[in-house]
Design a protein around this ligand. Structure first.
Ligand code: FE2
Length: 287
């Protein structure tokens, strides 16, 4: 969650964290969490990366009610030395990256309302904890998230943050994973959404293209609707290796000379796993 304010709001620590204040959640909020959890738990097996289900299980996220971060962190820290910290809302880029680089995941502490059950603009605790935290219990993905935070801090020195942000978007938020001949979901924006869990993997509309770092960092994305293209990684190991072994400075320089691509573009050199018919996207645009 990244915003443009420069100093923490009243009540927040200098690193923008706040107490989760778990006792403040209402019975209705705990019940809504349980309903959101039950919907995704029914939908995801067979569709989601096995590591995600393993993380849910290891962190005991299936227990009723909104998780208490202090309990959650005991298990998460024991697994991968990550912790979840609460923040009051959007945080500046540098704060976000600094937390990631130190294996702290910033999470919203508020829960959506029942009226927002299928869509809300700002990430809430269900998106942040159900969507993101299970994979932080996976040792390889956990290292990738730290590497991303370190890369984020570096990218700010090159004025390339908006390019690197696309890597987060198309992996951490909206990534797909190849699993034998099958595709599995792992992006938090997908797995925390009932409708996108179905759309991203099973709908004929979007493109599904092989992961290519440079190509992906040229590609604009949709912030307010389903993606028109999803990028598919071979494995978390490969994603981590490419992120650690790539020198991003020449990539950023190369990106300066290349035009950005529209979300639905398909290039001759793309590895096309599925060429989307974009029927959904066309139906959403004014004629
Ligand atoms: Fe997210």
């Amino acid at each position: 969650m990244v915003g443009s304010l420069s100093s923490p709001p009243p009540g927040a620590a200098p690193d923008w964290t706040v107490p989760q204040d778990w006792p403040r959640y209402t019975a209705e909020e705990h019940a809504l969490w349980d309903d959101l959890f039950a919907r995704q738990a029914a939908l995801l097996p067979g569709r989601v990366a096995p590591a995600f289900l393993a993380g849910l299980d290891m962190l005991r996220l299936s227990r009723p009610g909104i998780p208490d971060f202090s309990e959650l962190n005991e298990r998460l820290f024991a697994a991968t030395r990550w912790t979840v910290v609460a923040v009051p809302g959007l945080v500046p880029d540098a704060v976000f990256f600094e937390h990631l680089a130190n294996r702290r995941f910033v999470a919203g502490r508020f829960l959506r309302t029942r009226a927002q059950i299928d869509y809300l603009e700002e990430p809430d605790i269900f998106h942040d904890v159900f969507g993101h935290v299970p994979l932080l219990a996976d040792p390889v993905f956990a290292d990738y998230m730290q590497a991303y935070g370190e890369g984020g801090l570096r990218s700010m020195r090159f004025g390339a943050l908006h390019k690197l942000a696309r890597l987060y978007w198309y992996t951490v938020e909206f990534g797909l994973l190849r699993d034998g001949g099958d595709l599995k979901l792992y992006g938090a924006g997908i797995v925390s959404s009932r409708t996108e869990s179905l759309f991203a993997r099973d709908d004929p509309s979007p493109n599904r293209l092989g992961f290519d770092l440079l190509r992906l960092m040229r590609t604009n994305y949709r912030i307010d609707d389903f993606q028109e293209t999803y990028f598919v990684i071979d494995s978390f190991e490969d994603l981590l290796r490419q992120t650690i072994e790539t020198d991003f400075e020449p990539l950023y320089a190369a990106l300066e000379t290349l035009d950005d691509l529209a979300p639905a573009d398909v290039l001759a050199e793309d590895l096309v796993l599925h060429r989307g018919d974009q029927s959904y996207a066309r139906g959403r645009r004014p004629a």
